[in-house]
Design a binder for this molecule. Structure first.
Ligand code: 9MR
Length: 672
């Protein structure tokens, strides 16, 4: 946004509809927004509300091929070994969380969900536990272990394997011997689940095992009887994990019966460690189909990414070969979920390779959620240009505050939207950010430096950093990204203003987008290693007429899809603000129209319903609710939400004194 004397609502409204039609290039949007075929596993699984995950090893996170596939294909992560007892509590009471934290923090920052694996297991158990001989000691050690590990990751793990592999192989259908079984008896599993429920009441608690896929197996029946008994007696259990380590024949014929029989007990089922010897296409497709056919089968995890990452590497059981190429089973898996595989090449070069987002949008708006809170020294007229991340269980919102004396910034946090109105407003002119013209903030966590960045406009593109997003006093003094306005902007800006700086990074580069209120979107580049320094190579990333490509651009990575989303605010034929949208397969690529016209907008008064009253006709400068919080700016592929500024349609007068307020759009035509 521009803080100076600038185009007002009335001036914009002189644009007639005919003029607008000429300004806006024709959209490519076609028919209805129904069933979208995604081209990655996670995005396609999300179409039915499921996840598609992978076991991840902390030691491989430095391998770019590995993380490239992980971030492109998977929306859930299970630490392969890092949360096991021998990794987390090697000696009694001494907990080590480094490698598990690495996986958890990385996944959380990218919006990937997490499975916890595993709390109580006879294997990978340190000697000091297996050599305990006293039942009371073991019980207290087990409870302490469960509580400490679950507390560490509370709120971040969607499902925990509380007890792993407690049943014996063969025909007995009974528990296997273990130190837990031997000292605590059959009740140890129940004890573990009860402790787990207390430790993290929000996590789903799973019993996880192998060779329980065949309904006719004694082991399956033993587990089934236990779950039935737990449900009958109110012992907390929410899910059964079927590991699904299959031979080349794939799942047994009764696999779907097994899944639906467990589900009928009132628990979710999840395929937790899928791998299949030689990865036959049909075997993978059959496994996936069995899950899709059971409503309570909520997700699938493969036990590794490339064959060379597998604990069964000699059997090549996974979906990617050792070079990271998709194997035939990848295609059959994606197709079985209803997705469309793309060729390897198209994945990196075609701008249309992923269709994770629909081409039409409809929204429902909240009423006004956030209004100015003037104090003795801040006589605020409008609150504007919000940026938001969800981190540590809270929404953290930064916004511009406008008054007759100009623009500065405000910060507030709250745990849910119903609390937004009562949150305290912290004026950031009291921090080292200082007084004077600072506006249009953008916040993100720059993971390589473990620092929060607030990017904003000051006439230049500026930023401050803070190790703790929740500390309003922790921001550093402003620094500039550029020594002066890049030449290409100077040459094209005309009578416009240089506004709305926006940073987004992929694995190699960071890009800084900005607008000139004169029909140009600019893009500069630096490397991830050099950021925040070195922004150069400024180019015009998109151009249109002044009002069709006005300002307030947002650029996001669509989770699980080979797709980026660009939003730019436009001024419509009615003089009202709205958003147009484009997609690209690369941040440096060209942008293809998605929903980009007045009749098919990304978000405009004509595709927004206002159940609690039409308090605005403008859908103006805002920010998407992201699925993570890091510099990749990842958003979900469905059920989008957008925090925006709107205002009383009757308001007029000095632009800086307009009564802007914040509200939240929620997508209503999501297909997943
Ligand atoms: O994949 C894991 C491998 O790296 C470990 O060496 C092994 C040690 O037991 O555990 C593997 O994962 C197992 C999982 O935790 C439980 N189900 C069986 C998996 C394959 O052995």
């Amino acid at each position: 946004m521009n803080p100076l004397k600038r185009i007002g609502r009335r001036r914009a409204s002189v644009l007639g509809l005919a003029a607008l039609v000429a300004l806006v290039t024709p959209g490519t949007a076609s028919g209805a927004p129904d069933a979208v075929k995604a081209s990655t596993l996670g995005a396609q699984a999300a179409q039915s509300g499921r996840y598609f995950g992978a076991a991840v090893a902390a030691g491989r996170l430095g391998d770019g091929t590995y993380t490239g596939i992980l971030d492109r294909e998977f929306n859930s992560v299970t630490p392969e070994n890092e949360m096991k007892w021998d990794a987390t509590e090697r000696s009694r009471g001494q907990f080590t969380f480094g490698p598990a934290d690495q996986i958890v923090n990385r996944a959380a920052a990218r919006g990937q969900r997490l499975r916890g694996h595993t709390l109580v297991w006879h294997s990978q158990l340190p000697n000091w536990v297996s050599s305990i001989t006293d039942a009371n000691t073991l019980r207290s050690v087990m409870n302490h272990h469960i509580t400490t590990v679950m507390n560490r990751y509370k709120g971040r793990i969607h499902s925990w394997d509380v007890v792993n592999e407690a049943f014996a192989d063969g025909g007995s259908g009974q528990h296997r011997p273990s130190v837990f079984q031997n000292l605590l008896g059959n009740g140890f599993i129940e004890q573990a689940f009860r402790t787990a429920r207390t430790a993290d009441p929000a996590a789903k608690l799973c019993y996880n095992d192998y060779n329980i896929e065949d309904w006719n197996a004694a082991k399956t029946q033993g587990v089934y009887r236990m779950v039935r008994d737990f449900k009958a007696r109110g012992v907390p259990i929410d899910c059964v994990g079927l590991q699904a380590h299959f031979g080349a024949g794939g799942p047994p014929a009764s696999f779907r019966t097994t899944l639906s029989s467990f589900a009928a007990l009132g628990v979710d089922v999840q395929i937790t460690e899928l791998d299949i010897a030689q990865a036959p296409t049909t075997a993978y497709a059959n496994t996936v189909r069995a899950c899709l056919n059971v409503a309570r089968c909520t997700g699938i995890t493969v036990w590794g990414i490339r064959d060379s990452d597998s604990w069964r590497a000699g059997e090549n059981p996974l979906l990617f070969d050792r070079n990271g190429n998709k194997k035939p089973a990848y295609g059959s898996t994606l197709t079985a979920m209803g997705g469309t595989p793309t060729t390897q090449r198209a994945d990196t070069s075609s701008p249309r390779s992923a269709a994770a987002l629909p081409s039409r949008f409809s929204w429902s708006s909240s009423g006004t959620l956030i209004s100015p809170k003037p104090d003795a020294t801040h006589n605020i007229a409008g609150i504007k240009d919000p940026t938001v991340v969800r981190y540590n269980g809270k929404y953290h919102v930064f916004a511009s505050v406008a008054s007759s004396s100009g623009y500065n910034l405000v910060y507030l946090n709250f745990s849910d939207w119903s609390q937004a109105g009562s949150a305290t407003h912290h004026y950031l002119d009291r921090s080292a950010i200082g007084a004077g013209y600072r506006a249009a903030p953008q916040v993100f966590y720059y993971a390589p430096q473990r620092l929060w960045y607030l990017v904003y406009q000051t006439g230049n593109a500026s930023y401050s950093t803070n190790p703790d997003i929740s500390n309003p006093n922790g921001w550093s003094a402003p620094r500039h990204f550029y020594s002066s306005m890049p030449d290409i902007i100077r040459q094209n800006i005309g009578n416009g203003y240089w506004v709305d700086m926006w940073v987004i990074c992929d694995s190699a580069n960071c890009y800084l987008f900005s607008s000139d209120d004169n029909g140009h979107l600019y893009r500069s580049r630096t490397s991830v290693g050099q950021f925040p320094n070195g922004f150069t190579d400024t180019v015009i990333a998109a151009r249109d007429s002044k009002y069709a490509l006005f300002e307030a651009s947002n650029v996001y990575k669509v989770q699980g899809a080979d797709q980026y989303l660009l939003l730019v605010e436009a001024i419509g034929s009615d003089g009202r603000r709205y958003f147009r949208s484009w997609t690209s397969s690369s941040l440096a690529g060209s942008w293809t129209q998605l929903a980009a016209s007045e009749s098919n907008p990304f978000a405009r008064a004509n595709n927004v319903s206002f159940p609690s009253g039409a308090w605005t006709r403008d859908v103006s400068h805002g920010e998407m609710i992201r699925s993570g919080y890091d510099q990749t700016l990842t958003i979900p592929a469905c059920r989008l939400q957008y925090l925006y500024q709107g205002m009383n349609p009757g308001a007029s007068g000095d632009y800086n004194l307009l009564p802007w307020r914040l509200g939240l759009l929620t997508q209503t035509n999501s297909t997943c």
